[in-house]
Design a protein around this ligand. Structure first.
Ligand SMILES: *Cc1c(COP(=O)(O)O)cnc(C)c1O
Length: 434
């Protein structure tokens, strides 16, 4: 466990989050239950925003809200003074309903619909990140209709592919996202977008991957992006007011991942800020407004999911399964890409971890696993199990598969707890059925 003041083992040997004992959470709300630590989220927002200001100057942290989106999270990040990324009309609608200032939203997506583009323009979204020629033309037409000039960026691919502890520089670009700088394709799109009268091309955007620990890959992204800014300046006299380096900062999930305190996460911002200041000076570029888009690292470690252990099944010498009352409907990340998680026996935190278990969900899929071969004390039916670092890409990826109800989300802070997403009911399951 990556312990902290708001995530620790209390003197009863129970897991405690935001000052609330996991046992009390189970008793009050039942399981499965998503629990989110508000102080952690607020700390991360503040540390990121302060570090950007101090180390770089003009810029904006835009929380990538696809990591965890609901009304309350937009209220919290707004209160903390940061912006947001959105990737759909649904996310924009949620932000707007929460009273989020739309000019602090950056809209992404490789296939935004006409409706989404028009919705963004109507609602005065700050930036739209373009990812296709026809999208640029279409947006230009929409802006004409509304007699507006929209600030846009273009998603480019700097040819760095980064995952967790590794990155590669590659000329070959097979991503569905962005246009390659290396192939010359990005340059063509820039020239195309520059010609659109109702689009103001303020800068370029890249996002090199997710769950990246390697600082060097972010420095390299900054170098490649500013090389490209320089090239566009030399060739065409273009200059840009904005640069957006995306998100993707790695967080702790399990053994092998670096354990960082909130303050230590600032390092990602420092590295990027330092690299950008150096690059613009070396290349004599105008110092752009820097947008960074962390998602996972703001909410990931804030979240814990509580489950109750159900049936166990031992396949001698092969696997020892514990089934839980949740599964891929509340956390599909193992099923999607074998994501790793740490699992604890929430009311027996100090016991020796003597048994190896595979935590299986209750869905009708063999791949419905939450964590494979994790060490735990002996688990019995009814025990409270907690999976750590589930704040990002869990609730936001949840589904009603097998007509299971999506668990509610409870926010904890200073020993108090409250729903921020209420429990679904069976009525919700059939609400749209005809
Ligand atoms: C997903 C995404 C992010 C956030 O990534 P994290 O790994 O959650 O920090 C930022 N920008 C873009 C464009 C993304 O697609």
């Amino acid at each position: 466990m990556n312990e902290r003041q708001t995530l620790k083992i209390n003197n009863l040997g129970h897991l405690e989050i935001g000052g609330v004992d996991a046992k009390a959470l189970k008793e009050q709300y039942g399981t499965p239950l998503y629990v989110m630590d508000q102080a952690y989220i607020e700390d991360m927002c503040k540390i990121y925003a302060d570090t950007l200001k101090k180390e770089y100057g003009d810029g904006m942290i835009a929380y990538a809200s696809k990591a965890f989106s609901c009304l309350e999270i937009y209220r919290i990040i707004n209160k903390m003074g940061i912006g947001a990324d959105s990737v759909s009309a649904g996310e924009m609608f949620t932000a707007k309903t929460a009273g989020f200032p739309m000019e602090k939203i950056c809209l992404h997506g490789n296939n935004k619909s006409s409706f989404e583009l028009e919705y963004a323009v109507q609602n005065n979204v700050g930036y739209i990140v373009l990812d296709s020629y026809t999208e640029a033309s279409e947006l230009n037409e929409i802006c004409k209709k509304y007699n507006k000039v929209q600030k846009v960026l273009i998603r480019v691919n700097p040819g760095i592919e980064a995952h967790t502890h590794h990155f590669v520089q590659t000329a070959k670009v097979d991503s569905k996202f962005g246009y390659s700088i290396g192939s010359g394709e990005a340059e063509k799109v820039v020239c195309f977008v520059k010609k659109q009268e109702n689009l103001d091309l303020v800068g370029l955007h890249c996002h090199i991957g997710s769950q990246i620990f390697e600082y060097k890959s972010f420095e390299l992204a900054v170098e490649k992006m500013t090389d490209f800014y320089k090239k566009l300046s030399d060739l065409y006299g273009y200059s840009f007011d904005v640069i957006n380096i995306g998100g993707g900062f790695g967080v702790w999930y399990a053994d092998g991942d670096a354990k960082k305190s909130c303050n230590e996460y600032a390092e990602y911002i420092k590295i990027i800020s330092g690299a950008l200041k150096r690059c613009v000076a070396e290349k004599s570029l105008k110092k752009p407004y820097l947008i960074l888009e962390p998602g996972r690292s703001i909410v990931g470690e804030a979240g814990v999911t509580l489950y109750t252990a159900g049936r166990t099944k031992e396949i001698k010498g092969i696997k020892n399964y514990i089934a839980i009352d949740g599964g891929m409907f509340d956390n599909p990340r193992y099923a999607l890409y074998q994501a790793k998680y740490s699992v604890v026996s929430a009311l027996n935190m100090n016991a020796k971890k003597s048994n190896k278990y595979t935590i299986a969900g209750k869905c009708c899929e063999s791949g419905d696993i939450i964590a494979e071969d994790v060490m735990l004390p002996e688990i019995k039916e009814g025990d409270l199990i907690a999976v750590l670092s589930t704040g990002a890409y869990n609730y936001s990826m949840s589904s009603n598969y097998n007509r299971n109800l999506i668990p509610p989300v409870v926010m904890v802070k200073d020993g108090e707890s409250r729903y921020i997403v209420k429990p679904q009911t069976f009525e919700d399951l059939i609400r749209n059925d005809v």
